[in-house]
Design a protein around this ligand. Structure first.
Ligand SMILES: *Cc1c(COP(=O)(O)O)cnc(C)c1O
Length: 248
């Protein structure tokens, strides 16, 4: 019995209850928006929480997990290796430094936070090396992070520069352009930002039909995100509880 991989029964029960509430919330939001429930997927965000929590969620039927810090993610990937957890997939959702791209390319099914040509080039190089080495079998799914309000603190490419970045990504053999990601501002401006994002996504998809994913919506704003076309909500707090550190 590996202690690191086993959650206490009380924690598993808590996660199970939170998961049921969250899935009901997503379902209700889909109904209100007139969308099919299966058109929106949940990506549990497990940053700051132990590998045992990921294992508990896996046993509750979840297969894909979002992480925002490269080293922490790599440690969990090593603990919960795919041989013991068939079908598990990891999404890098946090800001990524170029010098971490090679290591992230070994384990990431998808990267949501790609917002520069330099990062596209570094991830492509990393993915091709990982493919050659047999460390992965598929290109990395790339979601381009777009800035919907011009605030550099949250990252993201300016909408005007998206076309060039999309073109670079679509040409990269190690990458697969799969959609957009955005972190809208909190509270009052979120609705307008989600609407703007939806329009940007529609334009991108007209040129790149494979870019169908729209990763947006978190614990506090997933209903508004679903109203505006989100296909993947990234939820931490509402599922896992409060994070021990809240700077990210
Ligand atoms: C932490 C994080 C989330 C989850 O946020 P919650 O408000 O806890 O649901 C979603 N997306 C990104 C990029 C994050 O870093």
């Amino acid at each position: 019995m590996n202690e690191q991989r086993e959650s206490a029964p009380a924690r598993t029960a808590e996660l199970s209850g939170n998961l049921a509430s969250l899935l009901a919330r997503i379902d209700a939001a889909c109904r209100v928006a007139g969308r099919a429930p299966e058109s929106v997927r949940l990506l549990p965000v497990t940053k700051f929480f132990p590998a045992s929590d990921v294992a508990a969620l896996y046993r509750l039927g979840r297969r894909q997990f979002g992480e925002s810090r490269a080293q922490e993610a790599a440690d969990k990937v090593a603990t919960l290796h795919a041989a013991a957890y068939p079908g598990i997939g990891w999404h890098m959702i946090g800001r990524l430094q170029r010098n971490k791209a090679r290591s992230v390319a070994r384990w990431a099914h998808a990267v949501h936070s790609v917002d520069s040509e330099r990062l596209v080039a570094a991830l492509d190089t990393g993915a091709r090396a990982a493919l050659d080495a047999g460390e992965r079998t598929e290109p990395i799914r790339v979601l381009l992070q777009v800035s919907v309000d011009g605030d550099p603190a949250r990252g993201g490419v300016a909408a005007d520069d998206l076309a060039v970045l999309a073109d670079r990504t679509a040409r990269a053999p190690g990458l697969r352009l799969s959609g957009l990601m955005a972190i809208p501002p909190l509270q009052s401006h979120a609705e307008a930002a989600f609407a703007r994002l939806a329009a940007i996504h529609t334009r991108l998809r007209a040129e790149y039909p494979g870019a169908a994913e729209l990763s947006t919506g978190m614990s506090a704003d997933l209903e508004a995100a679903i109203t505006h076309g989100s296909t993947l909500v990234r939820v931490g707090t509402a599922l896992m509880g409060a994070r021990p550190i809240t700077s990210e």
